[in-house]
Unconditional design. Structure first.
Length: 76
């Protein structure tokens, strides 16, 4: 199984590295032009959504600090 790494970056984007496939709501794949590293817009300002175009710079603030999600309640 291939490994995919997702890094939450400060101020918006999600950087995705590794083996991946992106599809739209209809299941049609985006053609990534051979890229193995892409950034997904996290701020909503990109004109190339879902991909990041750098529009977040100076317009969106988010500090990417990891935290633990609460455990899922099994059997609920």
């Amino acid at each position: 199984m291939a490994t995919t790494k997702i890094t939450v970056k400060d101020n918006g984007p999600l950087r995705i590295e590794g083996d991946m496939e992106f599809v739209d709501k209809n299941g049609t794949p985006y053609h990534l032009g051979g890229r193995s590293v892409i950034s997904i817009c996290g701020c909503g300002l990109s004109k190339k959504k879902p991909f990041c175009d750098g529009a977040h710079k100076g317009n969106y603030k988010h500090e990417a600090i990891a935290f633990d999600l609460p455990s899922l309640d099994v059997g609920v």
